[in-house]
Structure formats: structure tokens, C-alpha cells
Design a binder for this molecule. Sequence first.
Ligand SMILES: [Zn+2]
Length: 319
Amino acid sequence: MMRILYVMVAWALCAMSCANNKAAVHQAAGGQSSVPQFDADSAYALVARQCEFGPRVPGTSAHAACAQWLTRQLEAVADTVLVQQASVTTFDGTKLGLKNIYAAFRPEIENRVLLLAHWDCRPWADADPDPSMRRRPVMGANDAASGVAVLLELARCLRGMPPTVGVDILLVDVEDWGTDGDEDSWALGTQYWARHPQWVSTTPHYGVLLDMVGARGARFAPEYFSMEYASGFVGHVWNVAREAGYGNYFVGTQGGAVTDDHIYINRIAGIPCLDIIDMRPDQEGSGFFSAWHTTHDTMDQIDPSTLKAVGQTLLHLLY
Ligand SMILES: [Zn+2]
């Protein structure tokens, strides 16, 4: 994940806070809840499992091993899994093989939602407070193993109780090998997918990007580009979160503008896509959680309660 800008724009936040967009009643006949329960401990273990590979920096053996593992995880639960491979050149001239890992659930349903997160790690901890650590890779427990873990756990839930909408899960590669001042140097995996999509069914109607969704004390405020491209959907998702009891995480205050994977899903793929991303306006320098792009983005940043808030909100959205 890349730089953040806090822009002073008066949004129509009223669309969110005023809309009384009651989510569907989550009770099935017989009083049984029709929404699966998201298992926070399982999601936490899935973050840890990714970190056990080491930093998943493109071009490393940890990256290759994790790709295999992610593919197997999805193959165990999804209807269809595809791995898109391509070669991309980064801003610094490095040629990398990328792997976008895609899984479809219920391909026969035309009404579809896309859920995505990046699975690669940044090669340099260039925001580390200790200058001697800035050439080290980032472990990426929160950025972005957390988002991947939420999607993997969610995939298990989808397997257990098929949703009434079609779901496409996309784990995108080479997001974090970018540089400040060059917006298009980020999110290379998503840019490639958006230009060469491989949906096994109809194109999804909406997209939700997860980025940094596992840290203690996370706050998800509506992000600027999400509001520009998908404001109605933002309002709906934030309402669903509040009704599910997670209004302390999904706050209504204005978030910043973040260059992230959702930009290319919106601009190139043409799918309205929002970004659930932890923004900390008080955090000097980055505007993200304190360990962002440092060697401290490790398991001790991760709080299962945050994973639960995001995962359960998504389940309420889908069921
Ligand atoms: Zn990042």
C-alpha cells in the first residue's frame, strides 16, 4: 500500500449516515441464523501461516511457496480456481513473474461480487524508523496477509453455506513494489488483471478491496476514490457493518485518498470498487498504522477482533 492524501473535500457523507438502508433480515425459517459465523481465530492462524513463509516478496522462494499454498487453499473450497501468470517490469526495471490467484464461487449466478486483496510483500521497509533496516523486506502481517486471511476464511464459509450471490475472490500480486510520485508503479498485478480479466462467469457488479484489515485499533473510514466511484455501495457496506455491530471500526468520518488496487478495478475494469483500508490520520508521516512499511509489520500487530469485524461484515453483505 502506498501513500495517502487527506483531501479536504466535502463529500455527500449524508448519503451514508442518513440513508436508513436496513440490511436484509438475517434470520431464516426456523430461527436459525442464515449468516455464517466468521472464525477470527482461524483467520488469525491464516495470517500467521503466510508469515511463516517469510516475506512474500516477488521473485523469492517464499513468494513461490506461498503462491502454491494459496492456490491449494482455494482449490479446496472454490468451484473454479485459475492462476494468471504474466511478466511485468517494475519502476526500477526489475522483471518479475506475477501470479494473480482467482477463485469463483457459484459461477452459475450472474449477480456477482468481487472481493480482492494483494498477497505480495513490499521488498523494502523504507518507512522503518531505523535507517539501517530500510533495505530489509516487510513481513506484511497486516499489509497485506490480513486481507488475504480474511478472504481465505470467508472462502471456507462460502463452501459451508453457498451464498445467494456469486462471489469472485482475487488475490493480486506485485502491489507493493512501487515508488512515491509514480501512481502507476503500484498495483501491477491488478493493472494486468484489469486489462486481461479471466472471469469464469459474468463480470462482477461490485468490488471490495481489503488492505490492512488486521491491526489493533483499526479504523475504516470511507476512502476518497471509493466515494468517487462507488459512493452508494460504500454507504451500503458501512450500514451493514453498523448493523452487524462493528460501527466502532467502520466509522463515518472522512478518509483520505489512497492509490490502491481498487483504482484500476474502477478505471480499467469498470467495476465500482471500494477499499476497506485502515487509515490513521493522526499517524505522523504515513497516515497508516504505525508499523506500515517497517520491519515491525509482524504478527504482534494483528488483533483477531479486527479480522472478525471485517470478515463478519462481508458475510452479512453476501448473505
Ligand atoms: Zn504496502
